[in-house]
Ligand binder design. Structure first.
Ligand code: URA
Length: 435
């Protein structure tokens, strides 16, 4: 096989045989394929597509380009993946909640990407928390505590790491085929029996329209199933932040308030329970998605999910008393100010991407790979769609390291909110279920 003929076939609209795509994925990892060929391949796939069989072959080829974990646990091994949004801290609640329901959850997560936050950055706001476990440590923790949230080791899907870096500089990130293979190659390398996908849709998501979100969800579900993993997806709202905070420690506060019942965020609670219900029914731990949702609600309300969360935090190096003493254990910003609403009205729209970029500007995310993240900064108490706000009343609070950074964020947040004279309905949390 050779890379040139594979690229030419895709260019001419004749998707190559599955074996050729698997060969190409292996070549990305072992260096047989050059950077120029990888870039041309990505562009040909973006322009012409490779079809469903091609997506399965590319995904499994990229999954198998590195280490693939296999488990021998007394219960099902499952996970959730979100395509990313603002205030999306569901993973922090869901991993321990699923563990409390009897599942095993080796959650390999990512860092902030563009305007969206990352699960690993959020957890690292907890002093001492380690995300880089060895395979042996991950195995031991899963056996003991049933859940772990960790970074991908260099051995997981190396073909994706190479292709992603090339896509990033060649205008080829926005291909549904390539996004599908990229997301799933890493997730499926964790050796899952079942996977639930949260495909976010709206201003704070990568997929801004329901049509784009559905196309991605359908592709992800069909490809993951084609690769042998039981999978379903919910398309969920991202026209406004899911939590009322955006920023690493600030989102952990909201997670703890919800898990301990001190101040439950209903949207965060409901999305977590609905995704958990999907995962439990796929894994055979519930009779229906509704039954699964009830089980997840029950472990969150009873405090059992908080207990499993505490065990996971301690096992990964965080404070042993975190669940009881979290308000004293999290870092706080030095400058905390209101963001005054420039005019009276009802919130009609929120530019989530702009809010996310405001958090990045405060130092809560990365402008460049390798930047240090300030865990304490961000936005809290965010007003939501439909809220009525008086002139000068707060749209949210900004948590910053300096007054100048707070000023910049305030202007960005004010511009991100659309106001109107009459009330608008809150958007539904779930737009569609894809099975
Ligand atoms: N996340 C990934 O891991 N890959 C993509 O291509 C897009 C989002």
């Amino acid at each position: 096989m050779d890379a040139r003929s594979i690229i030419a076939a895709i260019r001419d609209g004749k998707p190559p045989a599955p074996e050729a795509l698997r060969w190409f994925a292996a070549g990305l990892a072992d260096g047989t394929v050059t950077d120029a060929q990888a870039g041309a391949f990505a562009m040909a796939v973006l322009l012409k597509g490779i079809g469903e069989a091609g997506r399965v072959a590319l995904t499994t080829g990229m999954r198998d380009s590195g280490k693939v974990l296999h488990w021998d646990m007394p219960g099902p091994v499952l996970d959730k993946h979100s395509t990313g949004g603002i205030g999306d801290c569901v993973s922090l609640l869901l991993a321990p909640a699923l563990a409390a329901c009897g599942a095993y959850v080796p959650m390999i997560s990512g860092r902030g990407l563009g305007h969206t936050g990352g699960t690993l950055d959020k957890l690292e706001a907890i002093p001492g928390f380690r995300t880089g476990l060895s395979e042996g440590q991950l195995r031991a923790q899963l056996k003991d505590i049933r859940c772990a949230i960790v970074s991908a080791s260099a051995e997981i899907a190396p073909a994706d790491r190479r292709l992603y870096a090339i896509r990033d500089v060649s205008g080829t990130v926005e291909s549904i085929d390539l996004i599908t293979a990229s997301i799933l190659s890493k997730k499926l390398a964790a050796g899952l029996e079942a996977l639930v996908l949260d495909v976010k849709c709206g201003s704070g998501a990568f997929m801004k329209t329901p049509e784009d979100a559905e196309a991605l969800a359908v592709s992800l579900v069909a490809t993951a199933k084609g690769a042998g993993c039981k999978t379903s997806a919910l398309i969920t709202d991202m026209t406004q932040p899911l939590a009322t905070a955006a920023g690493n420690a600030l989102e952990v506060i909201e997670v703890m308030e919800t898990l301990t019942g001190t101040s439950v965020n209903a949207a965060l609670f409901d999305v977590t329970a609905l995704l958990g219900g999907e995962a439990l029914v796929l894994a055979g731990l519930a009779d229906s998605a509704e039954d699964g949702t009830r089980r997840v609600e029950e472990v969150m309300r009873s405090g059992r999910a908080a207990e499993w969360f505490g065990r996971m935090i301690t096992a990964q190096g965080g404070p042993a008393d975190f669940v009881d003493r979290w308000p004293d254990r999290l870092p706080a910003a030095t400058v905390i100010r209101d963001v005054p609403c420039p005019a009276a009205g009802f919130v009609t729209t929120i530019d989530g991407q702009a809010l996310g970029l405001a958090v990045v500007g405060l130092g809560g995310g990365r402008q460049r790979e390798g930047d240090r993240v300030n865990p304490a900064v961000g936005l809290s108490d965010l007003a939501g769609i439909g809220d009525e706000i008086g002139r000068g009343d707060p749209l949210c609070m900004v948590h910053a390291a300096t007054e100048a950074q707070a000023d910049e964020a305030i202007a960005l947040v004010q511009a991100a909110y659309g106001l109107g004279p009459s009330p608008v309905a809150e958007p539904p949390l779930v737009l569609k279920r894809i099975t």
